[in-house]
Design a protein around this ligand. Structure first.
Ligand code: ADP
Length: 379
């Protein structure tokens, strides 16, 4: 295998799992992250520095052959300059730039005929308050909102006063039946391959994602349509790497693209054990312009995120590990984060089982049993 040196912008769990796979292929990595204790910090040569500072990114990129990302909030001007110097930058900086802002992302979908909810661009709060006729709607910040921050529902005119006071958008509130995700890869030759859709299973009362299930339980026609949309999107972007496409299946059976991420994604963790090729291997195959791997499901799987318990802050301790490891088909992944805080992503667990009922039961057991807390006296 050609020994290309890959620089990863971002040293979190996604980078960590990418490196874990890349080590099997003797790939030399370097990592840039502002946190000296980032999950990748002890896995590869590590530079502690800002991902958004031009000079820092330029210096980091200098010795690398290929640059990739595990987070979108990076300095794309530096990545463009590095690409001009002959470095391979995947995903391409132009794609990252488009996706960094939900407004340009949405415009890209519409301009390229990708189904998505109707929307209006808004500059500030005052702008939103003029849109009472557009309600009920979802108000989103254009930049730097993630994991539900920067997203709020505005149902009635009295909600308008809490609108975000920064550039963003208003989207029509969609009647969601299911939230699904399709991860799709494209290599330098332009070969494209999608993973089967996965589904977020919500807690019936709490309205929080309980776990993710793969493959999604959908009529075949809808699954195939979702895959086709993801293939079309990555082809329209002409991007190299992997793209996670989050979609809504509506109550009337339509599919609308919500947002995309041009990197390994939380909705693809279960591919490590559940699919023939993992999303991490697929990303490496794509950016190294190797043949893309088989995406087929090997086993139905469920993925449970291990989040820091509310009320706990400090050095992390994992309760219930033995009980969980006693179950066949359970794979625990901890991310090497020293300290926990409420809802911090500390790890995930994948469960595989040929029987889908038993799979759901096991995932629920894992969710209720394995807890991330702080050592006493630290809360
Ligand atoms: P983030 O980038 O923070 O993940 P999203 O755009 O994915 O934000 O929105 C977070 C959640 O809000 C989605 O998973 C979905 O449940 C809900 N949501 C987002 N947009 C809409 C919409 N147009 N209609 C209904 N619900 C929505």
């Amino acid at each position: 295998m050609v020994q290309k040196h890959i620089g990863i912008l971002g040293g979190g769990q996604l980078g960590r799992m990418l490196i874990q796979k890349g080590l099997d292929w003797n790939i030399p990595f370097s990592v840039l992250d502002p946190d000296p204790h980032a999950p990748c910090s002890r896995l590869a040569p590590f530079t502690c520095g800002s991902l958004t500072d031009y000079e820092t990114v330029m210096r980091f990129g200098e010795p690398c052959d290929i640059l990739t990302i595990e987070i979108e909030n990076v300095n794309t001007r530096a990545l463009k300059a590095l690409a001009q110097q002959g470095k391979q930058v995947f995903p391409q900086p132009e794609v990252i730039e488009c996706i960094q802002d939900k407004r340009t992302q949405k415009k890209f979908f519409v301009d390229h005929g990708i189904p998505t909810s109707d929307y209006i661009l808004t500059a500030n709060r005052e702008d939103v308050t003029r849109q009472a006729d557009f309600l009920p709607a979802v108000n989103k910040l254009g930049r730097e909102g993630y994991d539900g921050r920067g997203v709020q529902i505005l149902r009635t005119p009295s909600d308008l006063s809490k609108a975000f006071d920064s550039p963003g958008l208003l989207e029509k509130l969609v009647d969601i039946d299911k939230e699904i995700s399709v991860i799709v890869a494209r290599n330098g030759n332009g070969d494209v391959r999608a993973f089967p859709a996965v589904e977020m299973v919500f807690h019936p009362e709490a309205n929080l994602v309980d776990f993710l299930i793969s493959p999604a339980e959908l009529p075949e026609e809808i699954s195939l349509r979702a895959e086709a949309i993801a293939v079309e999107l990555i082809s329209e972007f002409r991007m190299v790497g992997i793209l996670a496409v989050e979609m809504f299946v509506t109550l009337s059976g339509g599919i609308l693209v919500n947002e995309v991420a041009p990197r390994p994604h939380n909705s693809g963790h279960q591919t490590i054990e559940g699919n023939v090729t993992s999303q991490y291997e697929q990303h490496l195959r794509a950016i190294l312009n190797l043949p893309l791997g088989d995406t087929a499901v090997r086993y139905p799987s469920a993925m449970v995120n291990l989040l820091g318990e509310p009320g706990h802050q400090g050095e992390a301790r994992y309760l219930g590990l033995e009980g969980v490891l006693d179950i066949p088909g359970v794979y625990v992944h901890l991310y090497g984060k020293k300290n926990t805080k409420p809802f911090r992503k500390m790890g995930h667990v994948t469960v595989v089982d040929r029987d889908v009922e038993s799979l759901r039961k096991k995932a629920t057991f894992v969710k209720n049993t394995l807890k991330v807390v702080a050592w006493p006296n630290q809360s």
